[in-house]
Design a protein around this ligand. Structure first.
Ligand code: NAP
Length: 247
């Protein structure tokens, strides 16, 4: 059975991804930071559908917790085959003048440092997997990496630019090890990230500016992530796929 860790798998895009991957017969590790109940609900949903899933708490912004999470999975269940770096945070919108170092560092600690440390822990024990076995990382970026979210969340957009740079760098570095690394850049998607950032109606506000005139569903991102983990995309690495309704 293939094993996959989905960071931030307890809700939104991560939840949809966890459910799809479990449906394909993978053992899914559903990471969360705070909301144990939401993670347990995803796990229960998967188990009741005949799948295999385990909730695992870890704040990826803390290196020691990430090291412990990967070590726990490895020791109890075996080496991971796939990593979906999905966990990410978005603060309330603000102008450049209102930005603080504390806020910028908090965004970067989860969206960039945490993601890269997860990559490091994932590749650390690659020699334990047979050379013939595929290993894939999918990083969840954002189309905001392209336009920068001026007057709203430049810090967040910058973090997603960094995610895509990490994808490019690691894909080249790890290609010879047989590890593929790709990014998915969602457009604006109906999840709770927007209400947490103080604007629950954000998707509907932006929808008229999207060529397809609607926000995306988490499942529409999960489909692309699932495809990138599969052999159907076996010649793809270092790619950045936009899923934004044409925006
Ligand atoms: P969401 O609904 O806010 O869910 C975020 C998930 O990440 C939750 O499971 C949360 O767990 C977890 N998480 C947050 N910080 C964490 C940390 N430090 N350590 C571990 N887990 C953490 O988010 P979403 O909208 O599904 O977004 C998922 C990814 O897609 C993010 O990287 C986001 O930037 C990206 N994205 C989203 C959109 C969009 O419109 N929704 C667009 C472009 C890109 P707890 O609830 O337990 O804290």
């Amino acid at each position: 059975m293939k094993r996959v860790l989905v960071t931030g798998g307890s809700r939104g895009i991560g939840r949809a991804t966890a459910l799809q991957l479990a449906g394909l017969g993978m053992q899914v590790f559903v990471n969360y930071k705070c909301n144990q109940q939401a993670a347990n609900e995803v796990v229960t949903n998967i188990i009741e559908s005949g799948g295999n899933a385990i909730a695992i708490q870890c704040d990826i912004a803390h290196e020691n917790e990430v090291v412990k999470m990967f070590a726990t999975i490895r020791e109890k269940y075996g080496e991971l085959h796939y990593l979906v770096n999905n966990a990410g945070i978005l603060f309330h919108k603000c102008t450049a003048e209102q930005l603080t170092a504390e806020r910028i560092n908090a965004v970067m600690a989860t969206n960039v440092t945490g993601l890269l440390i997860c990559c490091r822990e994932f590749i650390k024990n690659r020699q334990n997997l047979a050379a013939t076995q595929d290993a894939v990382i999918v990083n969840i970026s954002s189309i905001s990496a392209r336009f920068g979210m001026p007057g709203e969340n430049v810090d967040y957009a910058a973090s997603k630019g960094a995610v895509d740079t990490i994808t490019k760098g690691l894909s080249t570095e790890l290609a010879e090890l047989g590890i593929r690394v790709n990014s998915v850049r969602p457009g604006v998607i109906y999840t709770d990230i927007h209400s947490d950032a103080g604007e629950p109606e954000r998707v509907d506000r932006i929808a008229s500016n999207i060529p397809m005139k609607r926000g995306g569903k988490p499942e529409e991102i999960a489909e692309v992530v699932t495809w990138l983990l599969s052999d159907a995309s076996s010649y793809m690495t270092g790619s950045i796929i936009e899923v934004g309704g044409g925006r």
